[in-house]
Write a protein that binds this ligand. Sequence first.
Ligand code: XMP
Length: 524
Amino acid sequence: MILILDFGGQYNQLIARRIRENNVYCEVHNYSEKVFDLIDKLKPRGIILTGGPQSVYAEDSIKCNEKIFDLNIPILGICYGAQAMTYALGGNVEKAEISEYGKTELKIVDDSKVVIDVEKNSVDYFVTAESKLFVSVEKKSIVWMSHTDRITNPPENFKVTAFTENCPIAALENADRKLYAVQFHPEVVHTVEGKKILSNFVDICKCKRDWQMSSFVENTIKQLKEKIGDKKALCALSGGVDSSVAAVLMSKAIGKNLTCVFVDHGLLRKNEADEVESVFNNYDLNFIRVDAGERFLTKLQGVTEPERKRKIIGEEFIRVFESEAKKIGKVDFLVQGTIYPDVIESGLGKSAVIKSHHNVGGLPDHVDFKEIVEPLRLLFKDEVREAGRQLGLPENLVSRQPFPGPGLGIRIIGEVTAEKIKIVQEADYIYREEIAKAKVEGLGQYFAALTNMRSVGVMGDGRTYDYAIALRAVMTSDFMTAEAAPLPFEVLNKVANRIVNEVKGVNRVLYDCTSKPPATIEFE
Ligand code: XMP
């Protein structure tokens, strides 16, 4: 395993994820003076010191105990970690004249063979360092920097192996002691050769690369068993990937002591509630399905403003969940399917509210429980999907595209009525069926929405005055930005024909070609 010692940087879980991608187990622990006990216990093959917000020369900053560098364990310092290593071993770190944020070009160089002259910007001029960290890495490549301090003098017996325009010491090492340091962030995707660099470090550590998601699943079940013992836990299940995987992990750990409450707000896709129920009937847990569609519809009557709709649905969800929880009696633990991107996003907290997101795992105010359990807190979405597969969840649930907490409530523009829910469910079902048949790949999300527009059409020999359905399909990796997908016209045409023929109340189908921004993925 590789031990990641956290100095408080933003990307530390991303480092962990990159290491797991190399099939190597890793754990992230805050750096503290107890680190030697931890190393004794975990026996890591390698250690990574992460970035962090402090300055090593500040009195109150976390310093790295220099004895860690004598353990003969390969160590990679990243950003603050590089500075902490340098400082601990007698090198020099100062405030940089020019802070570097964002992309910059890294050049790999052997400082023992040439004088570093950042003015001469030709790669041929340099003798490339033969660093194990940079095996097969391009001599010049784009890296991502985020620092205000920089290393100005390496520790004794360290050589500089790379530089950038504003950072003459961007990488350094003492290969004999297996100590490596980089000022840039290899873990972020903007560092083009980052994955290779981290993979090279894994090789330096001589890790076996035999860790799999199944080990995460086994360990987590074991840890949950120990933590919860014979106490009771409650899980708000939405039927989405995250809460489903969290629920199944819990059920494997504590069986019938877990109760899952699945609130069907009546705004799910066609057949979805039944599908969720049938999946969870296969597990050894208490499953409660609450059909609360009527209750939600009543609350939504006459409401057209998107934010109010979202708030009502979110609030009502919690009320239903609470009243079910009260019936169950006292529970000690509340299980949530929080995943790592949720943790990062909720940590930022300063950005403008575009839409108030509602996750059904949201915390009720008045339920009587002692602690929240978030078994997926450190995983990224694709890792959660993999864990779901390991747990034997069906593929249609595991690879399910994101579905918003307020459900079809925000895919029906204007007032939500039973008739409109039915229309959008049927249209969406047809759309999904045709996309699956056509095997369209690369879509991040696709769905049908019901516009609040009615227009004139002709059917048989008569006039119609019916709704228009809007189809949306986007390509996106992070859902923060998205591009409209160029769906084949035959597919769109087929879907449109089927919808107007099979769904009563619709006489027109439109395709949304807008990207995000300026539009959003959902309509409300
Ligand atoms: P927007 O519409 O903001 O959506 O571009 C971005 C992604 O977030 C999903 N979404 C939600 N997910 N609760 C959720 O759990 C919500 O309230 C919510 N609103 C939007 C949306 O489906 C897309 O994937």
